[in-house]
Design a protein around this ligand. Structure first.
Ligand code: ACO
Length: 326
């Protein structure tokens, strides 16, 4: 009998501190009108001074574990996707989170694929479960991206926010509860579109700044085409028509990108999940936060078919088709 991975719960956490467009108007030469028109963002959340990515991740993970009726002892792998981990590279944020959750000897690792991190991590979790290497996986997307923002750079500081989302995946033999397919891809020739210095290529000592830098317009120009093609391909491969998709839940970078992809795929507005207005771009956390948003609004039902997609630094991108089994 074929083994499938199943998303059995979802949880999310957004820190309470709000940074509005009006606040940003006082910090850089920008306007609420520009931000709203170009990105769809009204406000974003900012982690408290004593909160790092793992702290936000722990809050989301606890909710996901409780909703899955599982204790941390029941989890045999933890994967954490982030571009704003607690430490530069060591220890992994997954290990810090595992420690805070009380995990004992559970393997835990970070996965870096920028804003595509959740989809990349989902593909890894799916492979672990389908191969029999794991029965249940805790998958967390957690970002304290504000720590890597230059609040004098108007081209990036209006975009990003903090938050975390988490889900528990478990093995099942029921295809109606399955993560049906995940497709991931990259184009390393365009690595310089989105960067954060401070590694061996450009250390802080050699003048590298630990801030998110983005060739925003260049990224924008290719994002719609690449994500639309990726999402259309995964649907075609699995014989899924756009009418069958209950919820289109894309990475929340820019409302214009999301709407353009929705139109290209023929998915009606009522099935497109948008949270970018309230959270901004929370990178690897944005998709699980958006899933949690419709779960808490009681719009997400057991068995609903979700189409997920993301695009981000690397460049990386990917799509997933998954039934919700929570
Ligand atoms: N307020 C006012 N004006 C601004 C601001 C601002 N906050 N930021 C830029 N501008 C100006 C620019 O200086 C430029 O002025 P100019 O015409 O005088 O030179 C003008 O606005 C237009 O700038 P563009 O960058 O061309 O604006 P664009 O319409 O492309 O919107 C944005 C910018 C929102 C960043 C968009 O390009 C975008 O969303 N890009 C894709 C982001 C994305 O998907 N990233 C991948 C995921 S993120 C990750 O992986 C970490």
């Amino acid at each position: 009998m074929k083994r499938f991975a199943s998303i059995v719960s979802i949880g999310a956490y957004a820190p309470p501190k709000i940074l509005t467009n009006a606040d940003l108007e006082k910090m850089v030469d920008t306007s609420d009108e520009w931000i709203l028109k170009r990105t769809g963002i009204r406000e974003r959340r900012i982690a408290a001074d004593n909160e790092a990515a793992s702290d936000l991740g722990v809050c989301a993970a606890k909710i996901a574990l409780e909703r899955a009726n599982r204790r941390i002892e029941d989890i045999d792998l933890i994967i954490l996707a982030s571009l704003s981990g607690d430490f530069h590279s060591m220890p992994s944020t997954a290990c810090v989170l595992a420690g805070k959750l009380g995990a004992k000897n559970t393997p835990a690792f970070d996965l870096l694929a920028a804003c595509s991190g959740f989809i990349y991590a989902l593909s890894a979790a799916k492979a672990y479960i389908e191969s029999g290497m794991a029965e249940s996986v805790l998958l967390v997307g957690a970002e304290a991206a504000s720590r890597f923002i230059d609040y004098s750079d108007r081209s990036t500081c209006v975009l990003f926010g903090d938050g975390a989302g988490a889900c528990v995946l478990a093995a099942t033999d029921d295809p109606k509860k399955a993560v049906i397919d995940v497709e991931i891809a990259s184009n390393g020739k365009k690595w310089d579109f989105l960067t954060i210095d401070g590694g061996s290529r450009s250390t802080i000592q050699s003048g590298g700044a630990p801030y998110i830098k983005m060739k925003g317009h260049e990224t924008f120009k290719i994002a719609v085409r690449i994500i639309s093609a990726s999402a259309a391909a995964i649907c075609k491969k699995n014989g899924v028509t756009s009418e069958e998709i209950d919820h289109f839940i894309p990475h929340q970078a820019n409302e214009r990108i999301i709407r353009a992809v929705g139109t290209a795929l023929g998915i009606g507005e009522e099935r497109i999940v948008l949270t970018v207005d309230r959270y901004g771009n929370t990178s690897a956390a944005s998709i699980p936060m958006a899933i949690n948003h419709i779960y808490e609004e009681k719009r997400l039902k057991t068995g609903d078919l979700m189409l997920l997609d993301a695009f981000g630094g690397g460049l990386t991108w990917g799509s997933a088709l998954a039934r919700f089994a929570g």
